[in-house]
Design a protein around this ligand. Structure first.
Ligand code: 5AD
Length: 348
């Protein structure tokens, strides 16, 4: 199909062409899109899928995003915080299982002082010099990001959620601005972090036009990592009645991302695994090349619910790498135990 070939070759389309891909593809055309995305992923990564050990170290959050289950005003959440020893224990378990990337994710929890956080990062860095440290802990000032980078963190995940100012404002309460988010992403890149951004597909009030704006924003930002998952409602949020995002559109957007960003590290997200039992596999078959099994202490996993029924057991659990690998083998892939850093020449 010409449009898909054009995207693969030029890595760029006109707005109406993106619209066609997002809304009008026949089943055959979708199959072709996924096939091309897969081919590009295989050119760059072979049949390997990188794994990242996800450590959800605190579910306290000062923000009140309307979609998120751990928003500040959700009083039903049993809040927890891991201390340094807990985090290190997760790393140790993860390292023994074969993980070479640790993703430290939390709500925006200011109770960890910058020095304290830097100390945790530095300790992991010293103990595991061969591992990558990824942070995913929200908006901070540039100086804080710099301290974390100098302490030894390598990567940072911060989804922009929506580049459209009005749409962003409809997802977040007053006081949160897309401009702040974009500034953070610029700071992270400038400092030298491998930087990840992305969106939820089908978040409330999102239009196809919004998705096209997000595609173009990501084109310009050119992040090393791109996180895309469907929006899923959580029963204790203001958006509890909103419809979940479309799995199909999520897969199409994943494939578009792969064709536009051949070297990017693109996870087949937990939300995708949650929306459909075959979601994780389908994400990989649409061009994703990363999975992020859950390495949080078992008792905490249920407490880190951004949306209902979050998959965190079985193949989403760090302890089940064998079973994950078997599942991957069924679709022609295997786990790569490498660190899996971004290796790309930009804009070639
Ligand atoms: N459904 C899907 N994804 C969500 N996230 C937060 N809440 C939800 C939800 N209800 C995503 C956001 C955030 C990432 C950590 O999880 O995009 O950036």
């Amino acid at each position: 199909m010409k449009l898909i070939d054009k995207l693969r070759n030029k890595r760029h389309l006109e707005d109406y062409e993106y619209e066609y891909l997002l809304t009008k593809l026949s089943d055959n055309e979708k199959a072709y899109l996924f096939e091309q995305a897969r081919a590009v992923a295989q050119e760059n990564f072979g049949n390997k899928v990188f794994i990242r050990g996800l450590i959800e170290f605190s579910n306290y959050c000062k923000n009140n995003c309307y979609y998120c289950g751990i928003r500040r005003d959700n009083e039903k959440v049993e809040r927890y915080r891991l201390n340094k020893e807990d985090v290190l224990e997760c790393c140790q378990t993860g390292y023994q299982l074969g993980f070479r990337t640790f993703v430290l994710q939390s709500g925006e929890d200011d109770s960890y002082r910058v020095n304290e956080m830097s100390d945790i990062i530095r300790t992991i860095r010293d103990k595991y010099p061969d591992c990558a440290i990824t942070l995913s802990m929200g908006e901070k000032d540039k100086h804080t990001y710099e301290q974390y980078f100098h302490a030894g963190a390598n990567r940072y995940l911060l989804r922009h959620e929506s580049i459209n100012e009005k749409h962003y404002a409809s997802l977040h309460p007053e006081g949160m601005h897309i401009q702040t988010r974009v500034q953070c992403l610029k700071d992270l890149k400038e400092i030298g972090f491998q930087t990840g951004s992305g969106i939820m597909v089908g978040s409330p009030k999102q239009t196809t036009q919004n998705l096209i704006e997000d595609i173009k924003f990501l084109e310009e930002l050119s992040p090393e990592m791109i996180g895309i998952g469907p929006y899923l409602p959580h029963e204790d949020t203001p958006f509890k009645e909103e419809a979940k995002g479309s799995m199909d559109t999520t897969l199409i957007l994943l494939a578009i991302m792969r064709l536009m960003h051949p070297q990017a590290l693109i996870p087949s997200t937990t939300a995708l695994a949650t929306i459909d039992p075959t979601g994780r596999d389908q994400g990989i078959l649409a061009g994703a090349n990363v999975v992020m099994p859950n390495l949080s202490p078992l008792t905490m996993r249920k407490k880190y619910q951004l949306y209902n029924d979050k998959a965190c057991m079985d193949d989403e659990a760090a302890e089940s790498l064998d079973s994950l690998n078997k599942r991957l083998e069924k679709i022609g892939y295997t786990i790569s135990y490498d660190r899996g850093d971004f290796k790309g020449e930009k804009d070639v």
